[in-house]
Design a protein around this ligand. Structure first.
Ligand SMILES: [Zn+2]
Length: 120
């Protein structure tokens, strides 16, 4: 496995995501303040702002995982599944370089998550 290659990608992701999170938080706040004086538009502005904050939150989740992955690169456990310590597929690392799970365990987690969804 080419550690340097993944390190480069993770560092770039970290930079991109941090910049994006800053911008989105600013935009969300800006729109809310601009329209706040107009009572009719306040709720719409509020909605737009909260959507952007949600997007920023998602980005910060990924950013956290990217930073965790950089930590695993530093301590030499990068590329191994945190559930069973087995190797993570290279194809998977290529697609999602910050993943801490191999294909087997990410699928298991996805199944667990979806079984919690109530059936109507
Ligand atoms: Zn695993």
């Amino acid at each position: 496995m080419n550690i340097q290659h993944y390190k480069q990608r993770l560092l770039e992701l970290e930079k991109t995501l941090s910049a994006r999170i800053g911008q989105e938080a600013d935009q969300g706040r800006g729109e809310f303040i601009d329209s706040a004086h107009d009572v009719g538009d306040a709720s719409v502005a509020d909605e737009v702002a909260s959507e952007e904050f949600t997007e920023a939150e998602h980005n910060s989740d990924v950013l956290q995982q990217v930073r965790d992955a950089l930590g695993r690169l530093a301590d030499g456990t990068f590329g191994t599944c945190i559930v069973d310590g087995g190797p993570i597929e290279e194809q998977r690392l290529e697609a999602v370089p910050w993943t801490p799970y191999c294909l087997t365990h990410v699928q298991r987690l996805e199944v667990t998550a979806s079984s919690k969804t109530p059936t109507l």
